[in-house]
Design a protein around this ligand. Sequence first.
Ligand code: CTP
Ligand code: MG
Length: 177
Amino acid sequence: MDSLVPYLLPLIYISPCYATNSAPLFLANILDERMPLDFGKKFRDGKRILGDGKTVEGTIFGFIVGYLYFTVIYYMQMLLDIPFIYVNMLEGFLLVTGSLIGDIIGSFIKRRLNIERGDTLPIFDQTGFLIFAILLRSIFLGPISYDLVIYLFTITFLVHVLTNASAFKMGIKDKPL
Ligand code: CTP
Ligand code: MG
């Protein structure tokens, strides 16, 4: 069991990003009417700035769920006798905000590349949120090791593909990727 710890801790560390990224999808199944984050506006190429897949409600919900989730882990690490994985509460804010920014930038890029809302931009769709989460964290709190970054990207890519395929099977998502 002890030998698994080095592999599990990075996943726990990054899990608030997963919570942030998946929460809006569940809200989408409850709330039909949501305000697009770009307010329906178009970019100068005539296409939507972000599209209907990024909403104000979804973004706020993603932030709240992600940050609450982070807070639970943060206090658990203080209560339990486990290695500290977070430096401070700011770290959660950076990871959660970075995830949301990455996801939004992903939609911006997709619209510029003529990729319809909900269609896939391989690699970035699965890991864009992580790129920006780690970037924002590194800018304010210092870089994390390359080994860790590579491990997190590989696992995140695989987890994302698997969870999306399951969400598709369960009828929560329209497309399997
Ligand atoms: N969602 C939201 N607000 C966000 C992110 C996601 O409301 N900030 C909701 C939307 O209903 C979205 C769903 O969660 O359709 C799935 O998110 P995602 O896969 O990121 O969006 P896509 O619909 O694939 O749109 P895009 O092509 O722009 O990524
Ligand atoms: Mg999508």
